[in-house]
Design a protein around this ligand. Structure first.
Ligand code: DG2
Length: 297
């Protein structure tokens, strides 16, 4: 085929999505509903690939947050694919043995993380709306330059897990960023404590161009799968589709609704984009937009 299909997906519902809490860089596991959503998304992708004669993605990308990893794991299982996971830093990726048929190489990068939601993280959306008022709430939440106050890194919400790795609740304490982002820190990556969408574009665009599109070009891939977040998916769309700073405000991404961006393989220019289930994606996006204004999802 002469087009490359980038399949984009926001993770399935997380425990903090369910509670209507700003999540950002807090780790939150998927709910059972979130896992079902991921399985359904995988079915849609398989159906799409089969009907259009597109091979299933050989390369996948996730953030460093557990909700994208869980979504990817559930999806690969549903697609009968094996996954091998590797954290990468910088913009260089040299595939090793994981790059073989029947196996999906999954690259984990902090550059696909959700926007760091600063001091809003761990707070309920309706409470922040009340505190800041509608105008400021929507400015910080959706304007390209809107940025929440910086997080207090000495007292953050941290997910507790049992031996099986299942979530047992959320506590406030001094999070050990150094443990989780050890690899990044060794590579001298500069990690944020609050971000606007513009900041996310700055950290994500070089990864998108050099690694995601670079790998597709180098290995003549027909498809890749990105499982990311509301903000990181919006940024990828903005960059590839050339959506303006003004227009990006109106773009909302629902959980687990696969979106295909088709690029011309000769120059990697944008051709078209479409949801695999447009009706559901539309209703979901409207719901996301109103979060904070209405009772829990
Ligand atoms: C949500 C986005 O991100 O929230 O950080 O709470 O995709 O990781 O669930 P995600 C969060 P909104 O910007 O849509 O309010």
């Amino acid at each position: 085929s002469n087009t490359f299909k980038l399949i984009l997906l926001r993770h399935g519902q997380s425990e903090l999505n369910h509670e209507n809490i700003f999540c950002g860089w807090i780790d939150a596991s998927l709910t059972e509903k979130g896992k079902d959503q991921a399985r359904h998304a995988a079915d849609l992708i398989v159906q799409y690939c089969t009907t259009n004669n597109v091979p299933l993605p050989q390369v996948g990308y996730i953030s460093r947050l557990v909700r994208t990893k869980q979504t990817m794991e559930v999806m690969l299982e549903q697609m009968h694919l094996k996954g091998s996971y590797r954290v990468i830093c910088g913009f260089h990726y040299e595939p090793g043995e994981e790059f073989t048929a029947g196996n999906t190489a999954v690259l984990e990068t902090w550059r696909l993380n959700e926007r760091h939601y600063g001091s809003w993280q761990s707070k309920r959306k309706p409470d922040i709306l009340k505190e800041y008022g509608e105008k400021e709430y929507m400015y910080i939440r959706r304007d390209y330059r809107g940025k929440p106050p910086r997080a207090d890194l000495s007292r953050e919400m941290v997910q507790e897990v049992n031996d099986q790795g299942s979530s047992t609740g959320y506590l406030f304490k001094e999070p050990n960023r150094h443990l989780k982002y050890n690899i990044e820190e060794q590579h001298g990556e500069n990690l944020p404590d609050s971000e606007s969408l513009k900041d996310v574009v700055q950290r994500l665009e070089p990864f998108l161009r050099n690694v995601i599109l670079g790998t597709a070009k180098k290995y003549d891939l027909d498809s890749s799968l990105v499982v990311a977040h509301g903000s990181s998916v919006r940024c990828i769309l903005k960059v590839l589709q050339g959506i303006s700073d003004e227009e990006i405000k109106n773009v909302d991404i629902a959980n687990a609704t696969p979106l295909v961006v088709e690029l011309d393989k000769s120059n990697f220019q944008f051709l078209r984009r479409y949801y695999l289930d447009p009706e559901k994606a539309k209703i979901g996006a409207e719901k996301v937009h109103r979060e904070g204004f209405v009772p829990n999802p």
